[in-house]
Design a protein around this ligand. Structure first.
Ligand code: XMP
Length: 519
């Protein structure tokens, strides 16, 4: 039983499902995502006060279309738990309750005008007409009994419906995306109908988390692999607040860190008041194992294995010096947890993120105080804990570091190029005031060389790609439309200052279909 009342979001595979969860949390309600194929009625524990059925890419008429146990509706009615279906969820609910869904002749994608029909509990407080964001193929064409239409658009006569008893609601459009003018108002109305207490307030939760850690850990020792990133730093700070210097930080130099990073991280950790900081330089070991390796998954696997070995060795050494560790703390955040453990059949495994795969030190108990939070919530916690902006404002940097930004065979020359180019890109993005607006910006060293002229001589050198994206949670991302002058300036600097590069290109692909990182 959780302290906070919860809303369950059942995920049918939409790229927006995490966004639904985050919007609900912005409205101060704890939300949790459950993949449809992991859902069962007994997950609706007593603290669950509302349920959202998400969108999804399938048609309910496809053979392998996701679905849920229809008993959910009977059960929800018994316990008076409101359910909101969004897009696919809207169609599935209508279908399971006896309505009709027709296969759409063409997909509707983009803005539409929603017109409210009659009285609506869900759409209360909205103007008669407002802009909504549509993305669907199929359409609900006939409602189950005891349901009424509450909104329509030009192409969609049943764009919103609700049950007469005020428990079940469906919207064909996406209230969670910003393009839906009154999306937050609609979600807020739904949460009101559920009767939530609205107590998901980060500042209160921090003290509660610290108390929980203190109770659980007591006088035991905790080991944490620090990286200097916001997640591991906030994890460390929370634990340090709770148990003080029984926390030991191990910072491993993998050789795939950025220029100046080792000094920066060590200084930052010292300034935050940590006493037991153990630095391990394993760069040679990583390099030796990775030189010449070409395949992305192989690179990640080797990296993860060595990381685990080095950490294990460091732990053993520290245990000889300080005594036994009982806990291994990790900066796992909510999306990591959902993606690694709960991958449903609708979502493919894209990459093995090394921080989730790390199986080592299995005898230690796991301590993951951030496992319930999204990145923006972690950043908020960081601020509240007095962690400086240079930490919480830092762009995410993958565990395997520059390794996944060097395509093809790993060589010392490519590592040098990645490191030098990174320094320039980051420095300029900050100078031009672009850095804070982006989710990430970084260079990637491509595996191929191109012909160019430098001075009077013909050159044959590496190509560097610049990747800059805007994103809310890294599940989807848009390439950033950066000013040409900035890109021109950065390209000029890289070609002039980084030996072995004669060409810079800019990546204009969104995620999906691309990913943010290259490997
Ligand atoms: P992709 O490339 O999958 O990246 O679109 C999504 C986000 O995850 C970060 N990323 C990682 N973070 N360990 C991490 O801690 C990893 O192995 C890893 N791989 C990707 C990436 O930087 C982006 O923000």
């Amino acid at each position: 039983m959780n302290i906070h009342e919860r809303l369950l979001v059942i995920d049918f595979g939409s790229q927006y499902t995490h966004l639904i969860c985050r919007r609900v949390r912005e409205l101060k309600v704890r939300s949790e995502l459950i993949p449809w194929d992991r859902f069962s009625i007994d997950l609706i524990e007593e603290d669950v006060k509302g349920i959202i059925l998400s969108g999804g890419p399938k048609s309910i008429y496809e053979d392998d279309a996701p679905t849920i146990d229809p008993y959910i509706f009977t059960y929800a009615r018994k316990r008076k738990i409101p359910i909101l279906g969004i897009c696919y969820g809207h169609q599935l609910m209508a279908h399971l309750l006896g309505g009709d869904v027709s296969r759409g002749k063409k997909r509707e994608y983009g803005p539409a005008i929603l017109e409210i029909v009659g009285e609506s509990k869900l759409l209360t407080g909205l103007p008669k007409k407002s802009r909504v964001w549509m993305s669907h193929g199929d359409l609900v064409i006939k409602l189950p009994s005891n349901m009424k239409i509450s909104g329509r658009t030009e192409n969609c006569p049943i764009a919103a419906y609700e049950s007469i008893d005020g428990l079940f609601f469906g919207v064909q459009f996406h209230p969670e995306v910003k393009h839906t003018e009154y999306g937050m108002k609609i979600l807020d109305n739904f949460l009101k109908l559920c009767g939530f207490r609205r107590d998901w307030v980060i500042s209160d939760i921090i003290n509660q988390k610290i108390k929980e850690i203190r109770q659980r850990v007591g006088g035991s020792r905790v080991l944490l692999a620090a990286s200097g990133g916001v997640d591991s730093t906030v994890t460390a700070k929370l634990i340090h607040e709770a148990i003080g210097d029984n926390l030991h930080l191990v910072f491993i130099n993998t050789g795939f860190l950025r220029e100046g990073e080792v000094e920066w991280v060590l200084n930052m950790l010292r300034n935050l008041g940590f006493k037991n900081i153990h630095y391990v330089d394993a760069s040679d070991r990583f390099l030796k194992a990775l030189l010449g390796v070409e395949h992305p998954e192989e690179k990640r696997k080797i990296f993860a294995r060595i990381y685990a070995e080095v950490l294990e060795e460091a732990a053993k050494k520290l245990e000889r010096e300080y005594g036994r560790f009982r806990f291994l703390a990790q900066g796992t955040i909510y999306p990591d947890r959902v993606e690694s453990g709960a991958t449903s059949s609708t979502t493919d495994k894209i990459k093995s993120h090394h921080n989730v795969v790390m199986p080592t030190l299995s005898s230690l108990e796991k301590l993951e105080p951030l496992a319930d939070f999204y990145k923006d919530e972690v950043r908020k916690i960081a601020r509240l804990l007095g962690i400086p902006k240079e930490v919480w404002g830092r762009h995410p940097f993958p565990g395997p570091g520059l390794l996944v930004r060097i395509l093809g065979s790993i060589t010392e020359e490519k590592i040098r190029i990645a490191r030098r180019a990174h320094k320039i890109v980051e420095e300029e993005a900050k100078k031009w005031g672009i850095y804070d607006e982006l989710w990430q910006i970084f260079p990637v060293v491509l595996d191929s060389k191109a012909v160019g002229v430098k001075g009077d001589a013909r050159s044959y050198e590496y190509i560097v790609a610049i990747r800059a994206v805007k994103s809310e949670d890294a599940m989807t991302a848009e390439f950033a439309r950066l000013p040409w002058e900035f890109l021109e300036h950065v390209a000029k600097r890289i070609v002039n200052e980084v030996e072995g590069v004669n060409r810079v290109v800019y990546d204009v692909t969104h995620k999906p279909p691309a990913t943010i990182e290259y490997e």
